[in-house]
Design a protein around this ligand. Structure first.
Ligand code: GDP
Ligand code: MG
Length: 594
């Protein structure tokens, strides 16, 4: 155990976590040259394409230092995006230390601070690393100062490296050996292992990544899940190097995978404790809090015949994503679908992209909403995540909406604009701290305002320099209404929205205009109306037009005509027909986005 080090790599997005992981694997020889591709740990296609890490991954590598001593390093590459902070906390709970990567060009950003605090709160040793020093724009002095001032780590502890060129990586490895403590625990006490992650493999069934905190686990042994008392036989076990390598035993301090050949992922819930059936411990490892979805949206197949495929697909995706929530939902306009819960908009986007790509589904998403807490006059507490249900509620004493505590890091010159933006989003300032080159603004902002373009607007008014990190804080009394949308006098339930009462007139006007801009002209006039109860508060009309796509083609270019007709056909496929009106599927999701 003395020669084991368990650590996570944490950072703001794009500061170089995955690239550093690649270097470690390259130097410590887990893969041959041919197998080595960039960002080897980001195995999901979507991760590669977008260059982001979505799921935490655990890898064991062997490092032989200059004194010829062998060390086994278990490291977990974590996602940096604010939506996935949950994955970060569960990775950290399996480690004794964390490498905090800071991009020497960007400096300290919101997630640098957030993830670092998370690691310190869990009592991990944090090693600060200044990355990308090969770049001409790297500002080592300024970034070092920021790490000292904002994070509070002394500059003598900071290691400089380039994950790209490999410069300084050996120093990083040596620092890991000297600074991060070896795991503690006993080989001779009852087995206690933490489930860090579980996912579904088509051949092996459920695979779980586990960290052994105490005792030893051998292949073929019968294990018990402490919380459920259910028991299973371990079929296979091993480690990732990052190639999967079978082993017969995992010992105290180690991180590895096990599989019991079962199909039910809920049996191996992330955060649960595993022990031995014949010699069980009752002690649960205090892991991390289970996270609840922050935003909800209805997802519906465009083609209703795809409902069963859709259900299966969601089931499979949720196997590998414990943060994905879903339950059946029925919409008058869109038919059968599911109300799904996500950690944030990026999470939602990724799930939708995976459904469309991996399962060939064509999905309509409604605009996302947060969850509201409602107290009734007889003191019952109800949670509401579906706008259409608002009107059915009775005897309401008080509506409450979720409020987030936001930390915004920015260079001082953008403060004015950012404060204005926060005001517009109903934010309440809690604190401002000035540092030499940066300011940290602390705000309380309703989550419903954050999910509508807040991040994009923040980036655009600060030329990309401001960064944001937020966390649910509490439910606060609010005044909300349900805005209904009528198209040719028919209420389209899937377009209903919950909005704050302030500015409702201005907003409904915008929403109506947005729908107008999205609806194609059809063979008749289409009226669009926004209503509060029976009161129409905004309206607009899409004028009729007989669209003849061929009118542009004078002369007889047949292939061009065919192409245009083909294009129109594709265009048609993405429409949803409601009554006799065709609505582009993007409409449902994008009405809020302006
Ligand atoms: P992550 O989001 O923290 O995992 O960041 P990535 O490892 O995906 O890196 C983000 C981008 O920065 C990629 O384009 C990398 O090639 C680049 N990058 C990472 N480390 C370095 C470095 O040391 N020098 C340079 N020049 N680029 C780097
Ligand atoms: Mg990454």
């Amino acid at each position: 155990m003395k020669n084991i080090r368990n650590f996570s790599i944490i950072a703001h997005i794009d500061h170089g976590k995955s690239t550093l992981s690649d270097r470690f694997i390259q130097i410590c020889g887990g893969l041959t040259k041919r197998e080595m591709s960039n960002q080897v740990l980001d195995s999901m296609d979507l991760e590669k394409e977008r260059g982001i890490t979505i799921k935490a991954q655990g890898v064991t590598i062997k490092y032989i230092n200059q004194n010829n001593k062998t060390f086994y390093l278990n490291f977990i590459d974590t996602p940096g995006h604010v939506d996935f902070s949950y994955e970060v906390s569960r990775s950290l709970s399996a480690c004794e230390g964390a490498l905090l990567i800071v991009d020497a060009c960007q400096g300290v950003e919101a997630q640098t601070l957030a993830t670092c605090n998370m690691a310190l709160n869990m009592n991990l040793v944090v090693i600060p690393i200044l990355n990308k020093i090969d770049l001409p724009t790297a500002n080592i002095q300024k970034t070092t100062k920021e790490i000292e001032d904002i994070i509070g780590i002394s500059s003598k502890d900071i290691i400089k490296c380039s994950a790209k060129t490999g410069k300084g990586i050996i120093d990083v490895l040596n620092k890991i050996i000297t600074d991060i403590p070896a795991p503690i625990g006993s080989l001779h006490t009852k087995l206690q292992a933490l489930i860090i992650d579980s996912w579904f493999d088509n051949y092996l069934g459920v695979i779980s990544l586990i960290r052994i905190k105490n005792g030893i686990l051998k292949i073929k042994e019968r294990i018990q899940i402490v919380s459920t008392k259910k028991n299973y036989f371990v079929n296979q076990m091993g480690i990732f190097t990052p190639k999967s390598k079978n082993k017969k035993i995992l010992k105290c301090g180690e991180i590895g995978w096990i599989t019991c050949g079962i199909k039910d992922i809920t049996a191996f819930s992330v955060g649960d404790t595993i022990t031995l059936y014949n010699n069980p411990t009752k002690k649960i490892i205090s892991g991390f809090q289970k996270i609840k979805p922050k935003i909800f949206a209805g997802l519906f197949p465009v083609n209703t015949e795809q409902y069963e495929v859709f259900r299966t697909a969601l089931g499979k995706l949720s196997l590998n994503d414990s943060a994905l929530f879903y339950e059946p939902e029925n919409s008058h306009a869109l038919g059968f679908g599911f109300k799904c819960g996500f950690l944030g908009l990026l999470h939602m986007e990724i799930i939708q992209a995976r459904l469309e790509r991996e399962y060939n589904l064509n999905i309509i998403a409604t605009s996302p909403t947060v969850i509201y807490e409602i107290e009734t006059t007889n003191k019952n507490i109800i949670y509401l995540n579906n706008p259409s249900n608002l009107s059915k509620l009775q005897k309401i004493k008080e509506f409450r909406e979720p409020i987030a505590e936001c930390n915004i890091l920015t260079p001082p010159k953008y403060i004015g604009k950012i404060i204005n933006l926060c005001l517009k989003k109903r934010g309440i300032q809690k604190n401002i701290t000035y540092y030499e080159h940066q300011v940290i603004l602390k705000y309380e902002i309703p989550i419903s305002e954050i999910i509508i373009n807040f991040f994009d607007q923040l980036k655009s008014i600060s030329s990309g320099y401001a960064s944001l990190e937020y966390n649910f804080k509490y439910f606060k009394k609010t005044d909300i209404v349900c805005l209904n949308i009528l198209i040719n006098s028919e209420k389209i339930d899937a377009l209903s929205l919950i909005l704050h009462r302030d500015n409702i007139y201005r907003k409904s006007k915008k929403i109506v205009e947005k729908i107008k801009s999205l609806l194609p002209r059809q063979q008749f006039n289409i009226s669009i109306q926004a209503a509060l109860g029976n009161n129409i508060i905004a309206s607009s009309t899409v004028k009729q037009l007989r669209k003849n796509v061929l009118s542009k083609c004078y002369g007889g270019d047949v292939s061009r005509k065919k192409k245009l007709l083909q294009k129109q056909k594709i265009g048609k496929k993405k429409m949803k027909k409601i009554g006799n009106i065709k609505i582009p599927k993007e409409t449902f999701f994008s009405i809020l986005s302006n």
